[in-house]
Design a protein around this ligand. Structure first.
Ligand SMILES: [Zn+2]
Length: 174
């Protein structure tokens, strides 16, 4: 078995899914289906199983991922998780593919930029617990960036965090 992909490679876009899929050559390759607006992303499953994953990007559909292309690579929120088949589960963060269950050894994260910390801290409240998602929307930053910065702030003693029914909450330390 070959090593899993660690980066997402955007190889192009097409109007229809089958045309987009035809552009995929190796695990981690992805292509956008764009017809008026971005509809979805097709991706050669990054574990190398040979399946194609379809990630819906169109917010008008039922369940949609948020795609963000700011900075140096593409970000998808939340994580991509195949229910069946190979059960691949990973996040796509600024072009990095970060595995959640398998292959976690070898995960690499985008470079850390501490300049976000001040905005994250001021978006936190001392009494109202907020998720990284809520903070990210408030300051228009990526959820994964905010989550990492918030955890650094906890490490500095400037914030506190705890987990409640699978979700992490943050408050500013007073
Ligand atoms: Zn797979």
């Amino acid at each position: 078995m070959t090593a899993p992909a660690r980066m997402l490679h955007l190889v192009g876009e097409a109007e229809y899914r089958d045309e987009a899929e035809a552009k995929l050559a190796k695990p981690g390759d992805a292509a956008l289906v764009v017809r008026g607006r971005t509809r979805s992303m097709v991706m050669a499953c990054p574990d190398g199983c040979g399946e194609t994953l379809v990630v819906n990007i169109d917010p008008r559909a039922n369940k949609a991922w948020r795609m963000d292309t700011r900075g140096e690579g593409l970000t998808l929120y939340p994580s991509v998780w195949r229910d069946g088949g190979c059960r691949s589960h990973f996040i796509v963060w600024r072009g990095f593919l970060i595995w959640c269950d398998r292959f976690t050894l070898g995960n690499r994260e985008p470079r850390y930029d501490p300049s976000i910390e001040e905005a994250v801290l001021s978006a936190m409240d001392v009494s109202k617990p907020l998720t990284a998602e809520a903070i990210a929307y408030a300051i228009d930053e990526l959820v994964y960036d905010v989550n990492r910065a918030a955890n650094r702030l906890v490490g500095y003693g400037l914030a506190r965090s705890w987990k409640e029914s699978q979700t992490w909450f943050f408050v500013r330390a007073d």
